[in-house]
Design a protein around this ligand. Structure first.
Ligand SMILES: Nc1nc2c(ncn2[C@@H]2O[C@H](COP(=O)(O)OP(=O)(O)OP(=O)(O)O)[C@@H](O)[C@H]2O)c(=O)[nH]1
Length: 261
């Protein structure tokens, strides 16, 4: 059996033959052949257009997907930058908060958190009936240390004293720098007797320390005033009583502690 190409070639050959054309079917077959050719051409044209359309659509789909991917990648990048920025801002905010609450020299909390904690302890004491104490502590004869050995040695004394103080109080006590060479310790749920023991321990530890100043080793002493919270008392009055007791300790010759009446 012939293949379709050969058959087509044979038909074309027959139709081209003038002798064959003379036959009654010749003209009709020639028209039919032409019709078949036209149909084939139209079919091929439609297929070409359809192919082109499909490939165009595919192209468009592809480029849409690519554009979508690109936008997505850009969005992810923006989200990552925004996340990093927010984390940075949160950390910065936290660092600023920390800095605002701490004394830069000794790293102890400063007055503001001390006052906040004091107010909280007053409220807690009023609602639960727990007693608590505060102790005001001050380095003795600190000015002569600065004058004689210089401000840097004075700073070291403050740093070492703070470190020792913080190491000697209990975990739930709060000790901070009240100002200059003065410190405040808040002792929650603590009787005056317990406070006396704790403050004595702190003072003993500080007195046992030696701080290098050139060839010398400096010893520091601390005076302290202790006050126990009285029911209904304002926080400022409690602090005044502790300060009064500290003044008494200084007047009594320093290196001692007094209890506020
Ligand atoms: N090095 C240093 N000195 C400070 C700092 N803050 C306060 N001082 C000094 O602390 C000294 C406090 O002196 P005074 O109030 O006379 O107290 P003092 O000499 O300890 O005398 P008493 O408290 O009465 O025993 C002053 O000389 C202040 O300049 C600080 O951060 N660093």
């Amino acid at each position: 059996m012939r293949g379709s190409r050969e058959l087509e070639a044979h038909i074309q050959q027959l139709l081209a033959d003038p002798q064959q054309r003379q036959q009654p079917l010749g003209e009709a077959l020639s028209e039919l052949w032409q019709h078949y050719q036209d149909l084939l051409e139209r079919l091929e044209r439609i297929t070409r257009v359809s192919d082109a359309y499909q490939s165009m659509a595919r192209q468009r789909e592809l480029s849409l997907a690519e554009r979508f991917d690109k936008q997505l990648r850009q969005l992810e990048k923006v989200a990552r930058i925004s996340d990093r920025y927010q984390t940075m801002m949160r950390e910065l905010n936290q660092a600023l908060k920390e800095a605002a609450m701490h004394d830069p020299l000794t790293a102890l909390v400063n007055r503001r958190p001390l006052l906040e904690r004091l107010r909280a302890e007053v409220e807690r004491s009023q609602s639960r009936g727990h007693s608590f104490c505060v102790a005001m502590l001050d380095i003795d004869n600190f000015k002569p240390i600065n004058d004689r050995y210089g401000h840097d040695v004075g700073d070291t004394v403050l740093i070492e004293t703070s470190r020792m103080m913080e190491g000697e109080v209990r975990e739930y006590d709060l000790c901070g720098r009240w100002g200059g060479e003065e410190f405040l310790i808040i002792l929650p749920e603590t009787s005056v007797d317990e406070a006396v023991t704790i403050v004595q321990r702190v003072r003993d530890a500080i007195a046992a320390m030696r701080i290098r100043a050139g060839a010398e080793a400096l010893a520091i002493t601390i005076s302290a005033g202790i006050a126990e919270y009285r029911d209904g008392e304002r926080d400022a009055d409690l602090l005044n009583r502790a300060d009064g007791a500290l003044l008494q300790a200084k007047r009594a010759g320093r290196d001692c502690q007094q209890i506020a009446p």
